[in-house]
Each structure stands twice: as structure tokens, then as C-alpha cells.
Design a binder for this molecule. Structure first.
Ligand SMILES: Cc1cc2nc3c(=O)[nH]c(=O)nc-3n(C[C@H](O)[C@H](O)[C@H](O)COP(=O)(O)OP(=O)(O)OC[C@H]3O[C@@H](n4cnc5c(N)ncnc54)[C@H](O)[C@@H]3O)c2cc1C
Length: 326
């Protein structure tokens, strides 16, 4: 019997397992699929997305600091300046405001605002934009880094599916980081698996990110340079598409949208494509439940922002687990 069984090897499961193992908790991760997760498919950029849970500002602030502490090629993280731009004239997002509501924040310094035509030629069609720096995360590299860090701290990862949380499982405490798998595992009928596709292309010299601002439940356009060699182009938000393979027409649509922002992408060679399924529900579920006489901590439902919340949620889960272990 181990102290903690973590179900799921996406960014939330691995980060939680790393935090637990580094605090001296005996931890094993069981994952049905350890490689091709939603986390592997993510862009990814840090941002306090999906703010329907009141703890999102705190979780995302903790995660931003943790990601910046890890900045470097080993973890696949670098901080870049870039533009978040909206087609509609909207207010400044909360995370870019100070306590008086004005532009500027302790968390994200050096924010510039651009309006209408002053946003420059690459932003035709956008009404307002903000330029600031954010951590960009090369997810395949970052997940490999987390797996290594887990093993270095004495944790283990095993490829094993879990049928039901009522099953005879080895953890004194079970941590459920099953992402969209929570729909069947919990079961939680409010969970919806929503498809996202992105394209990785050669970097034609782009040194800033571009992210379209908008509701996070639509096809937003983004351009995330991962390093001098690769740029991630995104993305889609497809409620009823269950296909795990990349679609050629969807790929072309993503490229066309990105070329309209940065025309130099038109001839960029496609290096890779990724598809993942976000775990969409009304809000993040981070809570304790007793199931079949066992303590379970749920940590799923991060929607389009699980990378950005991962360290903050992991720290809270670890507090619960240690309290339960006594
Ligand atoms: C295209 C795309 C772009 C994105 N961009 C961003 C971004 O820029 N920034 C950001 O913060 N977020 C982004 N996201 C969202 C982010 O990827 C997710 O919120 C995050 O990856 C969720 O992580 P997770 O660990 O909860 O789930 P997952 O990564 O889905 O991992 C779930 C794990 O649970 C396992 N599992 C499920 N069921 C079982 C079972 N029954 N038994 C055993 N194991 C099981 C799976 O095999 C897997 O290992 C994006 C998502 C997509 C798809």
C-alpha cells in the first residue's frame, strides 16, 4: 500500500505527484495513457483562463512563479513578450489590472495597451491589444521533465487503467487527475471532452507570441514560438468531434488564420500536429470525497487552463493529502 495513488499522467497528475514525492510522500501514478494526453497536445501559454472558480487567480499566480523559476531549455519553458488582441473593444482582463483597476499588475509587469489602428498592420481587424510577457511551455519537453523529476524524487509511473474509484486501489489516499477521463471514472456526467487541434511549424523568425482574446469556448487563433526552431499554431474548440487524429482541412484553417496575422508563416514547413481533449465542466473540481471507505481528492476539470493552474492546484492537493495521512 502506497501513501498516495495519483490517477493520470497529464500536467495536473504529474505536477501533483512531483509535489507529493518531493514532500516525502510515497507516491505512484497510474495512467491509462501516459503520452498522448490533453497536456501533451496543449499550446501552451500561461494565462488565468476559465476563471469560474474563485481560486483561479491564486492558483494561476502560484503557477506563473513556478514556471518562471523553471525557465530554460531543460524544462522547455521560456518567457516571451507578445500580444493578446481582441476583435471587440473589451475591457482589460482582470489579471492585467492593479488593485485600483488600472493597467498594471504585480504579477505581470510592463503591460502596454494598443487601440484600433495603432495596433499595427499585423493586427488588422482587432480593436484592442495588450503587450506583456508570459511563460510559454513546450509541452512534450515539459512533461518529460516532470516525469524525470518525479522519478528523481522517488515516485513511480505505471501504465494502468483504473475502472472505477470504488475498485481495490493501492493508495491510502487516491488523487483523481484523470482529466476528461473523469466522465466515466467518477462518473461525472457534467464533464465534456472538447477536441483541440494544433500545428507545429518551422519558426520563420517569429520572436513574440500572439494570442487572440475571447471566450475560451471558440476557435481562438494563436501563434506561440517555442524556441528558434518551432512555432505552435492553434487552435480549435470542437464539442462534437471525437477523432483523435489530425484533420487536414482543420489544419489548413488554422494555418490560414495564423498567416493572416503573421504572413511570413505562409511557407513554413509543417513539423508536427497534435490533438487533445480538454476536460470541460462548469468549473475546476478540487475537493475531497469519501468513496467506498477511501479518501479521494479530485483535481480535474481545468478546461482550457490546466497548464496555467497546475502548480497552484498541486500545492492545495498536497496539503489535503498530508492532512489526511496525518
Ligand atoms: C489544443 C489545446 C491547447 C491548450 N492550450 C492551453 C494553454 O495554452 N494553456 C493552458 O493552461 N492550458 C491549455 N490547454 C488545456 C490543458 O491542456 C488542460 O487543461 C490540461 O492538460 C489538463 O491536464 P490534466 O492532467 O488534468 O489532464 P490530461 O492531460 O487529459 O491527463 C489525464 C490523464 O488521466 C489519464 N486517465 C484518464 N482516465 C483514466 C483512467 N480511467 N485510468 C487511468 N488513467 C486515466 C489519462 O490517460 C491521462 O494520463 C490546452 C488544451 C488543448 C487540447
Amino acid at each position: 500500500m502506497v501513501d498516495a495513488l495519483v490517477i493520470g499522467a497529464g500536467v495536473c497528475g504529474l505536477t501533483t505527484a512531483v509535489v507529493l514525492a518531493e514532500q516525502g510522500v510515497d507516491v505512484v501514478v497510474w495512467a491509462r495513457e501516459p503520452e498522448r494526453t490533453a497536456s501533451w497536445a496543449a499550446g501552451a501559454i500561461w494565462g488565468p483562463i476559465d476563471s469560474r472558480h474563485p481560486e483561479v487567480p491564486r492558483w494561476s499566480a502560484v503557477t506563473r512563479r513556478a514556471l518562471l523559476d523553471l525557465e530554460g531549455p531543460e524544462a522547455g519553458i521560456w518567457q516571451l513578450y507578445g500580444l493578446e488582441a481582441s476583435r471587440d473593444k473589451v475591457d482589460l482582463p482582470d489579471f492585467l489590472r492593479d488593485e485600483t483597476g488600472e493597467i498594471g499588475s504585480v504579477l505581470v509587469p510592463d503591460i502596454e495597451r494598443f487601440d484600433g489602428a495603432s495596433t499595427g498592420p499585423c493586427l488588422k481587424g482587432f480593436a484592442v491589444a495588450w503587450r506583456y510577457a508570459a511563460p510559454l511551455i513546450n509541452m512534450p519537453v515539459y512533461l518529460a521533465f516532470l516525469r524525470q523529476r518525479l522519478v528523481a524524487a522517488g515516485g513511480r509511473l505505471e501504465v494502468r487503467p483504473v475502472g472505477r474509484l470504488q475498485d481495490d486501489l493501492p493508495g491510502r489516499v487516491v488523487v483523481n487527475c484523470s482529466g476528461a477521463g473523469a466522465h466515466d471514472l467518477v462518473p461525472d456526467p457534467s464533464v465534456e471532452a472538447v477536441r483541440g487541434q494544433l500545428v507545429v511549424v518551422e519558426n520563420p523568425g517569429i520572436g513574440e507570441f500572439f494570442a487572440e482574446h475571447g471566450g475560451h469556448e471558440v476557435n481562438l487563433t494563436y501563434i506561440f514560438p517555442m524556441n528558434a526552431e518551432q512555432v505552435v499554431l492553434g487552435s480549435t474548440f470542437e464539442r462534437h468531434n471525437r477523432c483523435p487524429e489530425p484533420d487536414r482541412d482543420i489544419r489548413q484553417g488554422i494555418i490560414d488564420r495564423c498567416v493572416s496575422i503573421y504572413p511570413q508563416l505562409v511557407a513554413a514547413h509543417v513539423l508536427d500536429e497534435r490533438v487533445g481533449f480538454r476536460c470541460i465542466r462548469d468549473r475546476v473540481r478540487l475537493e475531497h470525497e469519501r468513496i467506498a471507505g477511501r479518501d479521494v481528492i479530485h483535481n480535474y476539470g481545468h478546461g482550457s487552463g490546466g497548464v496555467s493552474l497546475s502548480w497552484g492546484c498541486a500545492a492545495d492537493v498536497a496539503d489535503h493529502v498530508r492532512a489526511l495521512l496525518g
